[in-house]
Design a protein around this ligand. Structure first.
Ligand code: ADP
Ligand code: MG
Length: 842
């Protein structure tokens, strides 16, 4: 895998996996465990070469063993994962040391035994010799930023070894290891004095503890504790969401952290509950054993709480950070002072000092603001740099923005474009006249009319003598685009073909031949477009619908079928602005923020099981008026089979028991494409009045006569997905309904469904979705690549993100390569990779 061992990358992969809670992170191409397994599958040349000072046989064994252990990683429980990673980190760290030693002048002093290397390093040198004020004693004694932790006097090799388990090797690592939270011991109160609404700290003893999987939700783990001080008792719970906490091993390990009798500090918001006062998901910290005096670093002040790992206790990190703190004197701020002033940002060294040990909550806020700004800023800087560099590429495909064909097309269109559509068409036509390949994303809510906008771009391509390809994620959708294009292009006498997995061989060959000669100007299709040995004669435009359903790889492959073709991508999943800037920050984005006229609001109602007969009455009335209905069942993640059964069973029930007088169709992912086609065609042709389906209908299916969307177990879907499903109705002029059936009485579920009752704005819905479920979930599983921020929140920090984007735009405008901003350039290099999270696994 790795020719030259890339220790840094390996360490980073290990660090990120640990930071993410040992979830076997998914990278672009590999899972974490696969990446590690592949890496250890091949011993790097430097370790296998004959060097008498290294016992290479043991390396070979060790690498083989690690490869096997990582192959088995997915089967390990949390503790075993943690320990394997800790052990691997130490080993890699040693190898790294060894390599570094092998190249430098210290080569001769290398130890023989790899598992216990003696590492000598030069004395720390005092940095920043140019500045005259540096001669202050404190600065003279301060450790250097890049100094190894083992060399910092107050830390030393033994503690440095422990800190290495957290991925912390240098002073810089430690300074930038921001605390997860703070506990304010100044707000310490007695249990009997608790007042609802206040954030407080109590110091008390564990009276009882239990940790278990929620009986109602397998993915939720609950830790329940009772604490006591001499004034009273309090009970509280902490919640851990995610399958990884469900293991007994993990639950037991939590209980071991807080055995009965332990003295704890618990800090959090006081709430009134059914059982009296409680703390809301508090931060916990184990203090000394009962009877001992409480540590002075913690009492009476705001203390940082760090993410810890096996064998590394809170005070170890705190003391190490305190020891590293004087090094902030050497920290140069990569942001020029003018920029800091403009955006009202604290200086970096103060921000770092305050984020760890804030004197008060105002300075904590100010330092957080600065550091959040940095997280956003460097990501935007990287994205904008990439965007600018992409624009340095040239394309031959320069299109004429107007001409007979486009005129003709406007004439045959049965409607006028909306203002928003026209605006986006203009954006696109502008792009197409440049000799720089277009890279534009159209974002528009379901039904906003993205297809016609893309078709205008296709017509412009044809008119200019180029071919165009339109790729969709499913056969159903590709087929639908194809039909629409045929209906329009027939009138213009332009041939169009469809290529999918089920296209017959003879047809396939014919299509290939016509593409190569250039006879065929437009091809619509699925992944088959990139899988087949398809050669275009002169591909000038690539359109990708529902782009988030394709990987970067697949998009690139289609692009490679032409020479720097223009690329237009579309998405009907509106996402919050913050998320859009984070993941599409390097694209030009156009919004279609207006629906075609005449659309009526879709009346959305959340119904409980007891109201089911009302729902069926409504459905009957609609069918009596010639309308049609979708009934959608959730995708049960754990078991596709279960999923299938629920759709099949529901179909049976509706057909036999509830609506025997109507025809009920069935559509699910396990059907052959021919059967799927048949089901959709029958529905489209009104042979079936009701279509029972899994979420396959989510994407793009367009049957304007359907007026009711009934969604079973609506509480199991994300809001954005529900919104997508709802978009299947309300496509004609008739009034439409969306019925959200749920059996959950939980206030959270009800509140979420309320959002849909109240709003039909996809952006608002996705914003709320992000608030409820977090940014990673809004896009669903298929898209990873949401940057991995330490402090920044896409929900809370929109204002800072916008400023950071502005600042980055200014900088890139003036100096794309950051040649005159050397410190910033360095910092960007350091941070960008890290921010992109799992992306580095590939
Ligand atoms: P989406 O943006 O969800 O892909 P479509 O492109 O499928 O939406 O368009 C939805 C429907 O609206 C289609 O039937 C389309 O023909 C129609 N449509 C698009 N633009 C207009 C318009 N300006 N006026 C009226 N109907 C339109
Ligand atoms: Mg569409």
């Amino acid at each position: 895998m790795i020719e030259q061992p890339d220790w840094l990358r390996l360490q980073k992969a290990l660090t990120i996996e640990a930071e993410q809670g040992f979830t076997d992170l998914m990278g672009r191409q590999y899972r974490f465990s696969e990446f590690l397994c592949l890496t250890f599958g091949k011993l790097p040349a430097s370790l296998s070469s004959d060097r008498d000072d290294i016992p290479q046989q043991s390396h070979r064994d060790r690498w083989q063993q690690l490869a096997q252990e990582f192959a088995n990683y997915p089967n390990l429980d949390m503790e075993a994962r943690q320990s394997l990673i800790a052990q691997t980190r130490r080993y890699i760290y040693q190898l790294q040391q060894l390599e570094a030693g092998g190249e430098g002048e210290r080569g001769g002093e290398r130890g023989n035994n790899i598992s216990n290397p003696t590492i000598k390093t030069p004395q720390s040198t005092i940095q920043n010799p140019k500045s005259p004020i540096v001669s202050e004693v404190s600065k003279l004694l301060a450790p250097g930023i890049d100094q190894k932790l083992s060399e910092v006097a107050e830390i030393g090799p033994r503690r440095a070894d422990k800190l290495a388990r957290l991925g912390l090797y240098t002073v810089r690592d430690l300074l930038f290891y921001y605390p997860r939270d703070h506990i304010d011991y100044a707000k310490q109160v007695q249990i009997s004095e608790l007042q609802a609404g206040e954030t407080v700290t109590i110091v008390a003893t564990v009276k009882s503890i239990s940790c278990f999987t929620s009986p109602k939700n397998q993915k939720l783990t609950i830790l329940e504790m009772q604490l006591r001080d001499n004034s009273g008792r309090i009970k509280f719970s902490r919640f851990y969401a995610g399958a990884r906490y469900a293991s007994r091993g993990w639950q037991e390990s939590v209980k071991r952290l807080y055995p009965v009798g332990t003295m704890l500090a618990a800090c959090g918001l006081v709430k009134e509950s059914k059982y009296g006062k409680t703390l809301d998901n508090p931060e916990l910290e184990v203090l000394a054993q009962p009877g001992d005096a409480i540590e002075s670093l913690t009492i009476g002040r705001v203390v940082p709480v760090y993410a810890l790992t096996e064998g590394v206790v809170a005070n170890l990190v705190r003391e190490a950070v305190a020891a590293a703190m004087p090094a902030t004197h050497h920290l140069k701020d990569p942001l020029p002072s003018g920029l800091r002033q403009k955006y009202n940002l604290m200086e970096l060294k103060d921000a770092i000092a305050n984020i760890h040990f804030p004197p008060d909550s105002d300075s904590l806020q100010a330092s957080r603001r600065r550091l959040v700004f940095d997280e956003f800023f460097y990501l935007q800087l990287g994205l904008l740099q990439r965007q600018q560099r992409a624009k340095q590429v040239q394309t031959q495909a320069i299109f004429a923005p107007s001409g007979e064909l486009i005129e003709e097309f406007y004439k045959i269109l049965p409607f006028e474009l909306t203002g928003a559509q026209q605006r986006v068409v203009n954006d696109i036509l502008d792009d197409l006249q440049k000799n720089v390949p277009m890279n534009r994303l159209i974002q528009g809510d379901v039904g906003s009319g993205k297809t016609v906008v893309a078709v205008i771009a296709i017509v412009a391509a044809i008119q200019s003598g180029y071919q165009a390809a339109l790729m969709a994620p499913t056969e159903v959708l590709a087929e639908q685009h194809y039909r629409k294009l045929v209906s329009w292009f027939n009138l213009l006498h332009l041939p169009v073909e469809l290529l999918t997995g089920s296209t017959r061989v003879v047809k396939r060959r014919q299509i290939h031949a016509q593409l190569e000669t250039g006879e065929l100007p437009v091809l619509v299709g699925t992944h088959a477009l990139i899988q087949d040995p398809v050669n275009f004669n002169r591909l000038g435009l690539v359109v990708i619908d529902e782009q988030h359903r394709f990987g970067v790889e697949q998009r690139a492959k289609l692009q490679q079928k032409g020479e720097q073709p223009h690329v237009l991508t579309m998405t009907a999943t509106p996402i919050p602005r913050t998320l859009a800037l984070t993941i599409h920050g390097d694209l030009d984005v156009s919004q279609i923020d207006e629906l075609p006229p005449g659309r009526q609001a879709i009346q959305t109602t959340a119904l409980m099981a007891s109201q089911r007969s009302d729902a069926y009455d409504l459905m009957r009335r609609e069918i009596a008026q010639g309308r049609q209905i979708y009934v959608v069942l959730p995708l049960v993640e754990e078991s596709e089979k279960l999923d299938l059964r629920s759709a099949v069973e529901e179909h049976q029930k509706l057909q036999d028991a509830i609506f025997p007088e109507f025809q009920v169709g069935l559509l699910h992912g396990r059907m052959s494409s021919a059967d799927k086609d048949r089901a959709i065609t029958k529905f489209r042709d009104k042979e079936t009045q009701i279509l029972v389906s899994t979420t396959v209908v989510e994407v793009g299916v367009d049957v304007p006569n359907a007026t009711v969307m009934m969604i079973e177990h609506a509480e199991r879907f994300g809001l954005s997905q529900l919104h997508q499903l709802r978009g299947r109705v309300g496509r004609g002029a008739a009034k439409s309904y969306c019925l959200l059936m749920s059996s959950s009485k939980s206030p959270d579920a009800q509140q979420r469904l309320k959002v849909l009752e109240q709003s039909q704005d996809g952006f608002f819905v996705s914003e709320m979705d992000m608030r409820f479920r977090g940014p990673g979930e809004v896009l669903g599983k298929r898209q990873s690549g949401v940057a991995d921020f330490t402090l920044a929140s896409l929900v809370e920090d929109e204002e800072i993100l916008i400023l950071a984007r502005q600042a980055a735009e200014k900088v890139i405008e003036i100096d794309v390569n950051l040649d005159r901003l050397y410190l910033m350039k360095q910092e960007l290099k350091l941070r960008y990779e890290r921010l992109m999270g799992g992306a580095i696994l590939t």
